[in-house]
Design a binder for this molecule. Structure first.
Ligand code: G3H
Ligand code: 13P
Ligand code: NA
Ligand code: ZN
Length: 331
């Protein structure tokens, strides 16, 4: 069944686990996530970005997620709008039947220019007033996602700030978080704690703490009743990078957030863990390999099946690593 983000994350907080929120754009991603949720008895968060709506169109996205709910009636599902750039975008998603929206007021409507605190407060308050009146949850964002190494947002064409960010912008301020939550009543808060969007997060193999764990702890201490969200949580699997590059790809050396670091975050209040890039890499690697090894095949179902399987395995591994597995039937 479709449930709100608040209901799902409240359960996760009560039982100390995290939930991966996977981005969806097409049938194969939706099926991979739902099959893995079913196999592991995990609740599922399916999230659609503005880019997803542009690619698939709102009706197809909505019906894909409805189909998932119909085919997997035992799995609690949250249908979440990722990175809404204005209250109007959130309103349209609420009308489409989403059970949760993200009002990302950390950036202006262009999705690139960092905003003022006052602007963020204002648009988030507007989104919450609308959403809560409809029983829909709201995720806000405070701070700007970007690499602590370079100050860059990471994604060239996706969601993210333009230019170099200061250390201050790159780490959410706990005092400000407490004020923001008190004034907006958001259900969940995306924080900046050392992650960035996309495949190019770190140029060297991460050793030790690459997340600002102390900062996460302090934010959690200040806003214990608001669920923390970690964007940019792909681990960038080295085995899939190797497959991509072995079969004609050209992706430079790059690293993501190690699963153990995410587990550390979950121990300290992170409940929603956003993952998009890992499924993109697994899908691309599987298709490249299939194409190279089966040069006479031309039935898309053949290569899309290996893509689905590759994404399924990533989803299953994340459900298990975040202790999401086993929880669906308990919500
Ligand atoms: O936050 C960014 C997500 O990875 C969505 O990416 O805007 O290309 O759909 P997208
Ligand atoms: P990744 O690019 O690390 O998968 O992050 C996705 C994300 O945060 C979507 O909102
Ligand atoms: Na989100
Ligand atoms: Zn994000």
């Amino acid at each position: 069944p479709l449930i709100s983000m608040r209901q799902m994350l409240d359960h996760a907080a009560e039982h100390d686990y995290g939930i991966p929120a996977f981005n969806v754009n097409n049938l194969e991603q939706v099926r991979a996530i739902m099959m893995a949720a079913q196999a592991t008895n995990s609740p599922a968060i399916l999230q659609a970005s503005a880019g997803a709506r542009k690619y698939a169109g709102a009706p197809f996205l909505r019906h894909l997620i409805q189909a998932a709910i119909e085919e997997f009636p035992d799995i609690p599902v949250v249908m979440h709008q990722d990175h809404g750039t204005s209250p109007a975008v959130c309103q349209r998603s609420i009308q489409l039947g989403f059970s949760s929206v993200m009002m990302d007021g950390s950036l202006m409507e262009d999705g690139k220019t960092p905003s003022s605190y006052e602007y963020n407060l204002k648009v988030t308050q507007q989104a919450v007033a609308m959403a809560h009146a409809c029983g829909v949850s709201v995720e806000g964002e405070l701070g700007c996602l970007g690499s602590l190494e370079t100050g860059m947002a990471g994604e060239e064409d996706g969601v993210g700030a333009e230019g170099v960010l200061s250390h201050e912008q790159l780490l959410t301020d706990p005092e400000e978080a407490a004020d923001f939550v008190a004034k907006t009543q958001v259900d969940a808060l995306a924080i900046a704690c050392g992650t960035s969007h996309g495949a190019y997060k770190f140029t060297r193999p991460p050793t030790g703490d690459i997340l600002a764990i102390d900062r996460i702890k302090e934010i959690n201490r200040r806003i214990p009743n608001t669920h923390l969200v970690m964007h940019g949580s792909s681990s960038v699997p080295q085995d899939w990078l190797a497959v991509i590059n072995e079969f004609g790809g050209a992706i430079p050396e790059t690293y993501g957030v190690p699963v153990e670091q995410i587990q550390e975050g979950i121990k300290n209040g992170v409940r929603k863990v956003n993952i998009d890039t890992d499924l993109r890499l697994a899908s691309t690697g599987a298709i490249r390999r299939f194409m190279a090894e089966n040069p006479s095949e031309f039935d898309p179902r053949k290569y899309l099946a290996v893509s689905t399987q590759a994404m399924y395995e990533i989803c299953k591994a994340r459900y298990e690593a975040f202790n999401t597995a086993g929880q669906a039937s308990k919500i």
